[in-house]
Design a protein. Sequence first.
Lengths: 291, 315, 254
Amino acid sequence: MSFLSTIINGLSVGGMYALVAIGYTMVYGIAKMINFAHGEIIMVGAYITYVVFSLMGMPVIVAVLASIIGCALLGVVTEKVAYKPLRNSGSLAVLITAIGVSYLLQNLFLLIFGSAAITFPDFLPKGQIHFLGMSISYVSALSLVLTCICTFLLLLFVNTTKLGKAMRAVSEDKGAAELMGINVNNTISLTFAIGSGIGAVGGVIYGLSYSLINPYLGAMLGIKAFIAAVLGGIGDIKGAMVGGLLIGLAEAFTITYISSTFSDAVVFGILIFILLVKPAGLFGINVREKV
Amino acid sequence: MKKKDIRQFILSFALALVIYGAFMFAMNSGIINSYWSGILIVACINVVLSTSLNLASGYLGQLTLGHAGFMSVGAYASALCSIYLGTSFIVSLFIGALAAALVGLLIGIPTLRLKGDYLCIITLAFNEIIRIIMLNIGITNGAKGLMGIPMSTNFTIVFFSAVITIYVIYSIVKSRHGRAIISIREDETASELAGIPTSYYKILAFTISAFFAGLAGGLYAHYITILIPKVFDYNKSVEILVMVVLGGLGNLKGSVIAAIVLTILPEYLRAFSDYRMLLYAIVLIAAMIIKEKNLMPHIKEKFSKKKDENKEVAE
Amino acid sequence: MALLKTEGLGIQFGGLKAVDEFNFEIDKNQLFGLIGPNGAGKTTVFNLLTGVYKPTSGQITFDGKSILKMSPTQITQFGIARTFQNIRLFKNMSVIDNVKVGLHHSQNYSLIASVLHTPNYYKGEEAIEEMALSLLRVFDLDQYAQVKANNLPYGKQRKLEIARALATSPKLLLLDEPAAGMNPTETAELMETIKIVREKFSIAILLIEHDMKLVMGICEKIAVLNFGTVLAFGTPDEIKNNPDVIAAYLGDEE
């Protein structure tokens, strides 16, 4: 593979990571928890698209919308049922519960669909787009375009709307936000809904890129996207996008120039490096403990 | 103090011997069949894992998700010694534990500056990197699995390994070193300003914890006789952490009970094999919520009363 | 020679000079008061003296040695102990274990000794137990020895924190608003205890307090801090009559 196509490949996979990472980063920013089940929500998103498009024969746009809405609802419900009761508990309790939710979703889908991979509907046109002398597959182009659009819209939402302001306030200080008349519960629900909805888009891209889906797909995808979020500085939406793209590139270059067996190791290596050198991530600010 | 302590020590040791004798009798006379004997061995290995992780996560208060990584280092190191160097079983176990402790030390030095979720995720990353290394270096035979490990582990060795692990960790916790470790969990800054060399104790506790994880790995390797890297992925680390959390952080007795229950319970669920993991997930979520929301005040009260009477469990 | 001496001590957070050109001296066995309005930088001075913050300028000499390069742990071992404005006990440990953590370095039995329960271990543990109890007795806390620190009433928690600090056998004890949140009777009682502590352990004490009258009552020397710099320095009488102090501090109060 040439250098250029490695870059395009990396950016395309990276775009998918970015879409998933946004969910991690938003939830961490506001609920201060690693939503370990986020990867599984993405998996559910891919399955919803498959069911609505392939099994029910609905148009693509309906399938994708159903997947976004389904994931958003699932995100809200998991928060209400599993995380909300633990809002004031230590991070360990929340972490284990999130892992529990991830096991639950994974095994539920194993029961329903079996462990064998299912062919994801290929609704994009075949062939390649030729652009400035490069050829890009439709999935790659779509992945990149969607990542940019989603990040842009989200930033616009968070920075300019009233609800976005409420989100930022809750992420700063839940108690103070509540005293200012912000409905903290609704704001947290909204965050989970948006994060999971955008994640669903990532799930669709996953299906299109790899054309096979199974109930385990969320585990590694989730961890890598989380690493992307940490790399960019957790809690920072821009950071999640940049982090996702960088992780995608690192992976693509490792596969092309070293070996595919080490691509995961490189990603974990990046995580270790960034946490040891600048734990707050590329865009984060270190906070000093008050004594 | 000294007399009381020695009396308690002799009593506990006698109790351990009685339990051991009872199990040996039950196994030899066929009351416990060989299938359940095997499960008991796994339960004892899990006791070693959960009590040792409790030192790092419960007493020291550092959330780690890499215990399976240390276990795999111990497993591979001891298995390779037995296969290629022909060392005796006990020596192999010891080398495995030391290798895990060394890796624990090397990982602990840079990572223990991090706290909470970050530490958790970085230990997970190390866990996965160790797994990928085991998968790709020639001597471990990668995904095909390391075979030909002598089957040396029996109930006697795992039982006494578990007893020794509990005893060592209990003794550490009850000493000035243990108090230093617990004070770090309570308030690291205050601990530092009470003169405790916190970095030293964090790394020490982490290394001891890795040592026993390595011991458990060696026992596992010489029981299963084939090692596959996938067994030691982060799901295994989660499994051990769940035992510690459900048993109670900083509660050794709880770790022991949780390790045994969580090893045996799934066997009873075999009838529902398809739903087993699903049930496990639901139990896990429910247990965490019940525990954190204190939905069992009565049970808990009874529990803490018992604790005071026995004065055995340091919290 | 002074026990503790700072020269040109300063620290900046971002562009803000939290403490600037801070010079003062404490003698052996002296009761020294550090006062000043909210946000004057009093606690920051404590954080600098105990190594929690590293100063951006200046020098700190303690017992004839510079402590700038020492870690908080080393500084504590070298003889400066402190309490915190917002109590920081080891909440889930028993009262006596809190003090025992402070006594960590009073014994030196090894990790192996504690696992093997050697005579050395028992000797050490018995000595620690005894010392901890006698420290608790000074503060009338011995009957609570086995109580969880978190379950102590507020005033007793403050005392326990002082006991824990004393357990490190300091030469200088820093008390950060020890009377905060106490009623007048409790405060008076605490001040008595502080005096007794100084006599009994023959140590120097540096006290941060809001309550001017209180500090005037027991301290031999006082430094007034305002906007991170020393506004005045002297005996209580000198401070009382210092026009700058009256303007900046007393003037607001009365």
